[in-house]
Design a protein around this ligand. Structure first.
Ligand code: ADP
Length: 943
């Protein structure tokens, strides 16, 4: 074995070093999740390309040339027939083939399927490389040029084009088919750099490649001669110059020395000197390397702007600088040394032709073949695999980081804090994992504490809720008890008051009384009245507070209400020397629907306050209306006086219960409840009340309510009562049972019902009622609720519990003012209830509603006539004229005897068409104004 063989052997080993070099370079420049895939591709391309080159590659490249195009022998190298020189040449070329092949793995990294890469290795090392190598280098080892490019003088000393450009062109074709990595370019076309995982590893790779390059270039001399030092020197200088030029550009553009640029610059310098390292001086080598470095950086920018994603910048380095290096042969190599017989220009043309042929062949064939294969077998991995990383997707090669991320992902999705990431001891990532686990430990313990705390909190909330519910029930019970107590109390208080007020009034009519006695009687009377208003107001307020005060709308004549009020207060005002003026707008609707009683009470309270707290001047009641659409109208009302006024600080709490101003307290009248009640009433009627006042100037109370305005026809329909005089023929013989413990009450109903033709039975208590019910089976029962022995509730309950107990309609008669009684009545089994004292009309209506009874009515013309009379209430003497003399006498007697029960009964006898008389008397009775009733009767009698 001679030195040439030994030298080539050493160089072969050096070139072999380029393989681990490329492995380090590429896997360092790619992401961790893909680095194993990149590395193994480097090993596999070495293995496969070596075998393929042995099988066919070498024969194609260096076998006897067929027309300068393809080799025809030397396949499957057999050492018996080969000399050691030939074998070492073969090995050297084998390394070249592997180098050309391995370039592709870097450029296409991070998205190319492993099998697809296998196919590309076969194509490049079995076809592309050997053929182009044949065209350029066939006969090289024999000192001849047999390939068609070699023959025309194409010079590529150690493979700037043959090795590097071939790798670059194939890479370009593959990248154009498989596309760029996910996320490398945004939708708007912006470039998003993908950071390499281990740049120091890449730097080690470059150094190995550089070392291998010495063998690459110096070995290409194929003999141990004097040119070796020059070639080595030129190679090293060009690599260094490339690195410097790339560094300068990096500094110029980024103001920093980017590692990737320095790496690629030095490699580009090495690639560009490869074609001419044996024929140029060191100076020129530096120039070539310098330009090569710059070209690679510029090519990289170009590719990026075209959105071509080369993962490790293999194309700028191997193709860009490769083309430049091949051209540099013609530009700097002396024609004598080249010895091609061509002048510099012709040489340049030949070089360019070689470059073009390499491009068309390498790029073209790869593109066509892979495009075809890609149709049936997609070369690119799936998007999920790309996201997951090719280490796992292609090789199931898990890394500690991957496992850590996996656990973290499970923690995030399953919210399972009991999971811990695996800890790889004595590694940096192990330390991170350890710390992370510590964080999760404390997170878990604090979340456990939080859970316990929440559980306790929930328990406490439940306990509190239960306590609250008990307290609520107790409060409701207490409230009901309070309402019952107040109702009873007011009843109990009103009975003796009845006597106190009545007798004082009657006594004061006695002309024998002394002035002193009269004064005393007046004091008793006014104190009694005060007590009465207090009782009434407390009852109202307690109803409001317990939510029992409801809005009871009825249709009424608004101007008539104002007239009545004017009459009621005129005397009082005149007594005090105050002028009372009532003004209302001409467009004030006559008939409106709202709670008349509450409106009256509010106006009475405001007027009585205004008169009470005014010494001189006037009190004006104003009322106007604003239409709010077809039916709704807002009524604005003002009560203005020229009285004492209210101080600003007292005005603030004026609507609070029991609040009186100093002037209010001085009068020693009133309770301080009037305004509180008025406000609630106004709110119930859908409005708001305000008071403005100036001390010693006067006060204005304003409120507004929303009412429904109605036309007179409707009033007619609602209010006209047609007297029932009989039952229409052809109806069943209705049996009605009247139950009441008071004989006179029973008689009232019995006679009424019999008068129109019902069969009526009567019972004096619940027990009797149940007995009569079972033997007589009435269609309907009018049931009084308060009775001895068995009350109405119990009787209704007993009837309902019998087999046919549901067949009878039971309607309760109740005197109770409380809404809550209603629920109790219905619960006891009654179908409905009617308040006492009742109107005849209601009795007929309810019976028609439940039994479907049809009546015969009196002629309606009369009723119609009476309606107009009804619309203006004037409790004048004339009002009593429609009543009989006996009735008036009875009323007089009952009033003198203060028998409010009898008075109520007599009021009940007033015919329906004189309902306003009945209402007015009822009102006086309720307020114990017996003297006024008597006054009226006496006036009537005197007439
Ligand atoms: P009462 O009139 O029963 O005392 P109110 O609630 O109606 O209760 O009125 C509360 C207090 O507001 C009165 O006592 C009085 O001091 C003051 N007040 C009410 N209206 C007027 C008014 N028009 N002028 C001056 N003070 C008034």
């Amino acid at each position: 074995m001679n030195f040439d063989v030994l030298w080539l052997l050493v160089c072969t080993i050096l070139v072999f070093l380029m393989q681990p070099g490329f492995m380090c370079l590429e896997s360092g420049l790619t992401r961790t999740k893909n680095n194993i895939n990149v590395a193994i591709k480097n090993l596999v391309d070495l293995g496969i390309s070596v075998l393929i080159f042995w099988l066919v590659g070498y024969g194609i490249a260096f076998g006897s040339s067929w027309m300068g195009i393809i080799g025809s022998n030397s396949f499957l190298l057999n050492p018996e027939s080969w000399s050691p020189q030939l074998i070492i040449f073969f090995l050297f070329q084998m390394m070249f083939c592997s180098t050309a092949t391995t370039i592709v793995s870097g450029a296409t990294a991070e998205r190319l399927k492993f099998q697809a890469y296998g196919i590309i290795i076969i194509i490049i090392s079995g076809l592309i490389y050997p053929i182009f190598s044949h065209w350029s280098w066939n006969g090289l080892n024999l000192g001849a040029a047999n390939g068609f490019l070699g023959r025309i003088g194409f010079i590529d000393f150690a493979g700037s084009t043959v090795v590097h450009s071939v790798g670059g062109w194939v890479s370009l074709a593959v990248i154009l088919i498989i596309g760029s990595r996910k996320g490398r370019f945004s939708k708007s076309g912006d470039s998003e750099p993908i950071q390499g995982s281990n740049l120091s590893f890449s730097v080690l790779g470059v150094m190995l490649i550089w070392l291998g390059w010495l063998g690459f270039n110096a070995g290409s001399l194929l003999e141990f001669n004097n040119l070796i030092p020059l070639v080595l020197l030129n190679t090293i200088l060009a690599g260094a110059a490339g690195m410097i030029s790339a560094g300068c550009l990096s500094w110029h553009k980024f103001k920093t020395s980017k590692v990737e640029l320095l790496i690629n610059g030095s490699l580009a310098g090495l690639v560009s000197i490869t074609a001419a390292c044996n024929i140029v001086s060191p100076y020129i080598a530096v120039v070539i390397g310098f330009v090569g470095g710059a070209i690679s950086i510029l090519t990289s920018y170009l590719l990026e702007s075209w959105q071509i994603d080369d993962a490790v910048d293999a194309i700028p380095v191997h193709l860009g600088a490769g083309i430049w290096g091949t051209m540099a042969v013609a530009l700097y190599g002396s024609p004598e040394l080249l010895n091609t017989g061509l002048n510099r220009f012709s040489q340049l043309l030949v070089q360019l032709l070689g470059i073009a042929v390499c491009g068309v062949w390498s790029f073209g064939v790869t593109w066509v073949l892979l495009k075809l294969i890609n149709r049936f077998f997609p070369l690119r991995v799936s998007l999920e695999d790309e996201e997951q990383g090719l280490n796992i997707a292609e090789h199931f090669a898990k890394s500690t980081v991957y496992e850590m991320l996996n656990v973290m992902n499970r923690q995030a999705t399953e919210q399972d804090l009991s999971l811990r990431v695996p800890v790889e001891p004595f590694t940096e990532i192990g330390q991170v994992a350890n710390r992370y686990n510590q964080v999760i430990d404390s997170l878990e313990s604090s979340s456990l504490k939080l859970k316990n705390f929440n559980a306790e909190l929930e328990k406490e909330v439940q306990q509190r809720t239960a306590e609250l519910s008990i307290a609520k029930t107790q409060a409701e019970k207490a409230n009901q008890a309070k309402s019952r107590f107040l109702a009873n109390m007011s009843h109990e208080l009103r009975t003796p008051l009845n006597a106190v007020l009545g007798f004082t009034q009657l006594m004061s009519r006695d002309s024998n009384l002394t002035t002193k006695q009269k004064e005393n009687l007046n004091i008793i009377n006014s104190s009694g009245k005060h007590l009465l208003s207090l009782i009434n107001e407390i009852l109202d307020l307690s109803k409001i507070e317990s939510g029992q005060m409801t809005f009871n709308a009825n249709i009424f004549d608004l101007p008539s209400l104002l007239n009545t009020l004017e009459q009621t207060f005129r005397l009082k005002a005149e007594d005090k020397g105050i002028e009372l003026i009532v003004k209302y707008a001409s467009d004030l609707p006559q008939f409106v629907e709202t709670d008349e009683q509450k409106l009256r009470q509010v106006l009475m309270n405001l007027l009585s306050n205004a008169i009470k707290f005014t010494k001189k001047g006037q009190v004006i009641l104003r009322m106007s209306a604003i239409s709010k659409g077809a039916k709704l109208t807002t009524i604005n009302c003002e009560v203005e006086d020229t009285g004492y006024g209210i101080a600003p600080e007292e005005l603030k709490n004026i609507f609070e219960p029991f609040v009186q101003t100093s002037s209010g307290r001085e009068t020693q009248k009133g309770t301080g409840l009037g305004l509180a009640i008025s406000r609630k009433f106004v709110q119930l009627m859908g409005g708001e009340i305000t008071i403005t006042s100036m001390l010693d100037q006067g006060t204005i109370a304003r409120f507004n309510i929303v009412v429904t305005s109605t036309n007179p026809e409707q009033i007619y329909a609602e209010n006209v009562y047609q007297k029932v005089i009989g039952l229409k023929p052809g109806q069943p013989n209705y049996r009605i049972l009247v139950v009441d413990d008071r004989w006179e009450n029973r008689q009232l109903l019995v006679q009424l019902l019999e008068s129109v033709g019902f069969k009526v039975s009567e019972a004096a208590n619940g027990q009797e009622a149940v007995q009569i019910w079972s033997s007589w089976q009435p269609h309907l029962i009018w049931m009084d609720m308060q009775m001895p022995l068995l009350n109405g509730y119990q009787a209704a309950g007993q009837i309902r519990s019998q087999i046919n107990g549901q067949d009878t309609v039971i309607i309760a008669l109740t005197a109770s003012a409380f809404e809550e009684q209603r629920a109790a009545i219905l619960k006891a089994g009654c179908n409905d209830y009617v308040r006492k004292p009742f109107l005849e009309k209601i009795i007929w209506e309810k019976m028609a509603e439940y039994l479907g009874i049809e009546y015969i009515y009196e002629e309606s013309a009369l009723s119609h006539q009476n309606t107009s009379k009804k619309t203006s209430l004037n409790l004048e003497v004339s009002a009593l004229q429609s009543m009989s003399i006996e009735w008036i006498d009875k009323l007089r007697q009952a009033t003198i005897e203060l028998d409010s029960g009898l008075i109520a009964e007599l009021i009940g006898q007033i015919p329906e068409e004189d309902i306003l008389l009945a209402q007015a008397l009822q009102y006086k009775l309720k307020n114990f104004n017996f003297d006024q009733i008597l006054h009226l009767i006496d006036q009537a009698n005197n007439k």
